[in-house]
Design a binder for this molecule. Structure first.
Ligand code: PGA
Length: 254
């Protein structure tokens, strides 16, 4: 399975800074890396058009993702950005259900599911995030919680409509904390999710990737990313630093 590294820039960088960072990253990557690893950047909505225009005009291999998408298609939903609007911009991916959205913006499993549907209907690859709190982990209740999140997120998704799905395990206690999950912990969860998904009619082994996110850095990337079970990483903080991000990408043994 081709590995994928996604940089989640969160609420950082204006569109001019985002353009600079895209260009810096592009100059830092060699052709064989770009051919063998999918590299995706998720800037703020305000930078999407600028970055996608550069990617299209210069035929860059880097791909652009939104950090969210509306659960609605159109109408009286002030402030929302729809999947069809993103699709018109050629945006190929959208992060959905990030724990920051679930906890800070009260995003429910039902909302996440609507967003997944809207993305798939508009040929946008959903990067579906799920993961447990520290409390659930300490109480050894994380697996049922995660399986429930995953099942809810893909409810009603038909296999023939799926171009690709990315499932991202992001334990909440590992996000932005410097406390990375061990490779064994990530493998345990991703294997359980894979098993669950493989029993579903929407599953197509060649189109689904299972990745890890949460304090991924150059120090821990080699072990995580060279595991056969982990198909890539969702990188927050370290993706804003080109040197660190490139080191993470290069830690994948081609
Ligand atoms: P982090 O963020 O790498 O800064 O922990 C990951 C994420 O939130 O996607």
């Amino acid at each position: 399975m081709k590995k994928i590294i996604i940089g989640n820039w969160k609420l950082n960088l204006d569109h001019l800074e985002a353009i600079q960072l895209l260009q810096k990253l592009n100059y830092s990557l060699e052709v064989d890396i770009e051919d063998n690893i999918d590299i995706v950047l998720a800037p703020s909505h305000t930078s999407l058009r600028s970055l996608q225009t550069i990617v299209d005009a210069d035929k860059l291999k880097i791909k652009i993702s939104s950090q969210d998408v509306s659960a609605y298609q159109s109408g009286a939903f002030t402030g929302e950005v729809s999947a069809s609007q993103l699709c018109k911009l050629n945006i190929g991916y959208s992060i959905i259900g990030h724990s920051e959205r679930r906890t800070l913006f009260n995003e429910s499993d039902e909302i996440v599911n609507l967003k997944v549907h809207n993305s798939i209907d508009n040929k946008i690859v959903p990067i579906i995030c799920f993961g447990e709190s520290e409390e659930l982990r300490n109480n050894n209740e994380y697996l049922p919680h995660i399986i429930n999140q995953v099942n809810s997120s893909v409810k009603g998704i038909r296999k023939d409509k799926v171009e690709e799905i990315i499932f991202a395990y992001e334990p909440i206690w590992a996000i932005g904390t410097g406390k990375v999950a061990s490779t064994e912990d990530a493998i345990e969860v991703l294997s359980a999710v894979k098993e669950e998904i493989s029993s579903k009619p929407y599953y197509d082994q060649d189109k689904i990737r299972f990745i890890y996110g949460g304090s991924v850095s150059p120090t821990n990337a080699t072990e995580l990313l060279n595991s056969k079970i982990i198909d890539g990483a969702l990188v927050g903080g370290a993706s804003l630093d080109t040197e660190k991000f490139v080191q993470i990408i290069k830690s994948i043994k081609l």
